[in-house]
Design a protein around this ligand. Structure first.
Ligand code: PLP
Length: 420
């Protein structure tokens, strides 16, 4: 509610005061190593606006109780808040029914939930799972564990040197053995926006179930799960201004209903006896135990905040910022951008000739610039491109064009140190 009030007037007008928006994020006001913090690790996790921090504090100060089970007033308030956020999530991603949105710990847990329910029930010996060359480890390893157990096989949709998936090759990989296509919407390592609608419709035409890893998409662009046409859509809260430890796994009710529970415990049952237990309705069936209530409350505040700015405005702002950051990187001799897909969101990965990315990150940090360096939990992407690691600047709407200049001078400093 507060977020809507704080940005309500801005939404009406065509122009957003992005510096005012930036000021909503207390962590960004800090100095680091005597320099203003330039936070460019948004793909790892976003910073949190004051309204989200306040919502979590207010929850503990005024509404804290366990949900669903209490008849007392406070428990009812906590339950109303928790279930109210489910409605907000549904609206945010255009789900038909809030019950389609299952709260999980994050994208990792969401994908594991699907692997352990859909995967264990529907995938067997000789079956194939198609992943893409761009996947984060979270969308590889759960399927490897499943394949080991079931005797199924993973096949990989290849990409070109720019980091774009080869859709024609995908078409050739689809076969009667394919039981699942699990593909990212946006690559965390390269920023590629994949042709997810096309992939989903080709897979659905072949009768194959589709999971989309939306961890890097939902924070950066409007997402409409119906329009995409996949069966499962998964994302994390902490990359979209919400607290850590909360995320969402979306699927149509009919699909969730057809699946067995994964974790057992309180709240996910209808009745329990030592002989037999029966399950609660979706989504409770998949939310065993006391959930991350304050995380859900924080997610609700984050959604209000982002929706009040407008996701299309955020996407447009970040596109302009990304161009500025990529141009800044290109201006420094000896640098090379890694990931040059036509459609990109938020991520500028790069390398410097003869300099290890960890050294880039360490020297940039001395300048107050927070970069991520390494394989970005996407080792197969690095292997495909013949690299061990990259340095990655990932932007959010609260970054500024001036910070692109700060990145440029930090990279120039790296060059100086290495005499490049
Ligand atoms: N998928 C992608 C594309 C990611 O970038 C990440 C995290 O960086 C994940 C999945 C895993 O998200 P989490 O660690 O929040 O579970």
């Amino acid at each position: 509610m507060k977020a809507v009030e704080s940005h309500g007037s801005k939404v009406e007008g065509a122009v957003i005061d992005w510096l005012k928006v930036r000021n909503d994020f207390p962590a960004l006001r800090q100095q680091v190593r005597g320099k203003p913090l330039v936070y460019l690790d948004n793909a790892a996790t976003s910073q949190k606006p004051q309204v989200v921090i306040d919502a979590v504090r207010e929850y503990y100060e005024q509404h804290n109780a366990n949900i669903h089970r209490g008849v007392h007033w406070l428990s009812e308030q906590a339950t109303i808040a928790y279930e109210g956020v489910r409605k907000k999530v549904a609206r945010f991603i255009n789900a038909a029914d809030p019950r389609e949105c299952v709260f999980v710990r994050g994208a990792t847990e969401g994908i594991n939930l699907v692997a352990q329910t859909f995967g264990r029930r529907k995938i067997g010996k000789g079956d194939e799972i198609l992943l893409s060359a761009l996947e984060h480890h979270s969308n590889i390893v759960p399927w490897q564990l499943l394949c080991e157990e079931k005797g199924a096989t993973i096949r990989v949709i290849p990409m070109n040197d720019a980091g774009e998936l080869l859709v024609d090759e995908f078409a050739k990989l689809l076969s009667p053995r394919t039981k699942l296509v699990a593909v990212t919407h946006v690559s965390n390592a390269l920023g590629t926006i994949t042709p997810i609608k096309r992939i989903a419709s080709m897979a659905k035409l072949a009768g194959v179930t589709v999971l989309v890893d939306g961890a890097q998409a939902v924070p950066h662009q409007p997402v409409d799960v119906h329009d995409i046409g996949a069966d499962f859509y998964i994302f994390s809260g902490h990359k979209m201004c919400a607290p850590t430890g909360i995320g969402v796994a979306w699927a149509p009710l009919i699909l969730w209903d057809s699946l067995p529970p994964w974790q057992g415990g309180g709240d996910m049952i209808s009745s329990v006896s030592f002989e037999k237990s029966t399950w609660a309705e979706v989504p409770a069936k998949f939310e065993a135990g006391t959930p991350h209530i304050e995380g859900v409350v924080g997610l609700g505040a984050a959604i209000d905040y982002l929706a009040a700015i407008g996701m299309d405005r955020i996407a447009a702002r970040e596109k302009t910022l990304l161009q500025a950051f990529e141009a800044a990187i290109r201006r420094v001799p000896g640098t090379r951008l890694v990931g040059t897909a036509k459609e990109k969101a938020g991520v500028a990965s790069f390398v410097m000739e003869g300099i290890h990315p960890h050294d880039i990150g360490t020297i940039a940090d001395q300048e107050g610039v927070a970069l991520r360096t390494g394989h970005h939990c996407a080792q197969p992407v690095m292997t495909r491109l013949g690299l061990a690691a990259t340095a990655r600047a990932s932007v959010a709407f609260y970054n500024t064009p001036e910070e692109a200049l700060a990145l440029e001078s930090a990279i120039r400093r790296v060059s100086e140190v290495f005499g490049a």
